[in-house]
Design a protein around this ligand. Sequence first.
Ligand code: FAD
Length: 363
Amino acid sequence: MRTVIIGNGPGGVELANQLSGEHEVTIIERENVPHYSKPMLSRYIAGFVEKEKLFPYSLDWYENKGIVLNLGIKAKVIDRARKRLITSDDEIPYDVLIIATGARPREPTFEGKEFVQTLRTLQDAERIKEQIEKYGDALILGGGFIGLELAGNLAKAGHRVRLVHRGSNLLGLDEELTRVIIEKLECDGVEFYLNANALKADENGVFTDRGYVEGEVKVCALGVIPNNEIAVKSGIHTGRGILIDDHFRTSAENVYAIGDCAEYNGIIGGTAKAAMEHARVLANNLRGKEDRYDFEFCSTVFKFGDFPIALIGKTKGKGEWLDEKTRVFLEGEKVVGVVVIGDVRKAMMLERKIKAEVRINEL
Ligand SMILES: Cc1cc2nc3c(=O)[nH]c(=O)nc-3n(C[C@H](O)[C@H](O)[C@H](O)COP(=O)(O)OP(=O)(O)OC[C@H]3O[C@@H](n4cnc5c(N)ncnc54)[C@H](O)[C@@H]3O)c2cc1C
């Protein structure tokens, strides 16, 4: 079976890994480097990891697995009738095609956006790292997980960090959890500007509706936009992302989508963990094994500097403390979500219990 995967992020590379030895796997990737870890980019910028450590797989790894890796090549359109992927270089025949093109950062729309950068790729990270090393301070726009990871790591490395966030709550969590995150990061030196909308940027900082915030190196982390262009050009149905069913099938025969580019029932994964789980479930489906991914169930661990936090299941709304590091979310007596601070192993144990639909007195 000739399986062509567009994208060498965690979704694409994990699928290739799963199917190698069973399928003839080819990856098309527009970047010029083998797979690297995006969750580690903030630590790299802060100087806590060497560049080499970002790459879990060498080029030999791909070769030994029999995976053909085509770097520096852009997938342009899918010729569905002829079952060929048209790239910037060539035409590649496929039996099965997987779109794993990920997402790109949402760009700011305000005046002076040329003074603000975004973080998604290794190249972005290298540019930001160079500037941080030159100027020292950072101004981060957006209190999502990428903004918090970068803020935590840069503060830990001794840089002055200011974080502007338009809301009062972080990560969609309730007030108490937001307070815990803020207190922890403030302890490391992050300065928060909450309920502040960025209106304009200049060389030295950002004008917000709550005043001017200084910062020469400005990084905008205001969420992502799924890369669905190849699907649009190929006549495949899209919404915000590429529309898929519960088996990752797109509207085109033998064409699937996984990871940050895929949208199921209005839901977009948005994490490396989700992209890799999509890949594992799709690999089973392609092997003819029934397997399902629960798109409604979110489970992620983030590390903001030294501060790990796990969000499992439904964590919106008001929770209650089970102990000082565990906040649970209930529907009646049933536990539907949990946020665990610090103890990631405990989070994994609780995830199993929540999936088993336990009641609060059984935790
Ligand atoms: C700084 C940062 C920190 C993060 N931290 C965490 C974290 O702590 N935990 C977590 O779970 N997630 C984290 N994430 C999110 C996570 O990295 C993404 O959710 C994940 O990478 C999505 O994987 P993917 O395979 O769907 O897409 P991507 O990783 O975006 O990979 C898609 C690949 O497709 C390629 N591509 C796109 N279009 C084309 C085309 N037309 N032709 C050829 N190639 C193409 C791109 O170049 C890219 O390499 C972080 C992300 C960033 C940027």
